[in-house]
Design a protein around this ligand. Sequence first.
Ligand code: PLP
Length: 386
Amino acid sequence: MKRSPYFQDAPVNYLFQEMIEKRKAFQKNNKTASLISLGIGDTTQPLPPFVSQTMKDYATKLSTKEGYSGYGDEEGCKPLREKIASAVYKDLVFSDEIFISDGAKCDIGRLQVLFSKDAKIGIENPSYPPYKESTLLYRGKEHLIELNLHEDTDFAFDFKQAEYADIIFICSPHNPTGHVRHKKELEEIVSFAQKQNKIIIFDSAYSFFIQDDLPRSIYEIPHAKEVAIELGSFSKIAGFSGLRLGWTVVPKELSQIHKDWKRITSTFFNGASSIVQQAGLAALQPEGLKEVDRSIQYYLKNTRILKEACTNQGWKVRGGKNSPYLWVHIPGKDSSWELFNHFLEKMHLIITPGVGFGSNGEGYIRISGFGQREDVLEAAQRIQSQ
Ligand code: PLP
């Protein structure tokens, strides 16, 4: 078997495995300790009953002769595309520019096929790992351009490094730092991309967490449709991480790329589950949106509780206001794993070491607000009693 040489460039990310092993070892020696995880980036609130009832009804219909349907359109069912265009994008994009997927992560992988094999891919450091990992697996490390993000420069976009990239991944609200890019910053990035002929891939998976007057989509920026693709997901905004539903917007202004993306989705993908697409449609109805907002407010409150506890300790805390993540540094502790051990041993809390998201995450931890309220309150108490 001739193995792809790129597997050598993309060693398995051991971050979560190492966290699990450390947790197990700790539990073995501390059998009575009650551990609370603030490390998860997964949702915990149940699905709105309205959404699950829609799935039940649709599934029942599928078992009737009249209600049965097989394959749907590869790009997703029209009513859902229309609903995303109106409810999420306020008609800034057209429904036929939206391609429904089985999740943003899957599309991050498929997007690699869209561009020439020798394209250079700009990835923020730190960032959500699949951007980097898919680049390494598909084209190798010499095609990776790291765009540095630093807390002390307010996570300013790295225009200098971006000069070397053809394709640029940007995430806002950002995983893991919780930073949200302002309109002016995005205007500068779009103008840079126009002048320098770059393509932006804007990941908006956490857009519904934005409560302030900040851009939820790159398409709020003039001319963005000429340079940007946008990824969206129902996972974090509506609790669909297990159901699997997302989308990618490829504007018609990107004419050849639009056609090529259509080709890729019809070749690599046969459409998202029809039942789950009905659930997505339900989540975007006024009744569904009310429930979606209730969950978002719940997670944001969790994040505020944790932020206050960390701030009261004199720790440096970023994010958390329009995002479910806190990016925390404790003065005097410069290693992410040292911080992980400190939280585990002294507070019996599990957090995510920032270095797992890239070398610039060293010295930081990511704390997630996606937990249950009672756990969050207990965790805040443990932090404050330090
Ligand atoms: N994009 C970002 C920034 C994420 O943090 C995540 C999940 O953690 C995803 C995408 C994955 O989305 P999905 O569940 O739709 O694949």
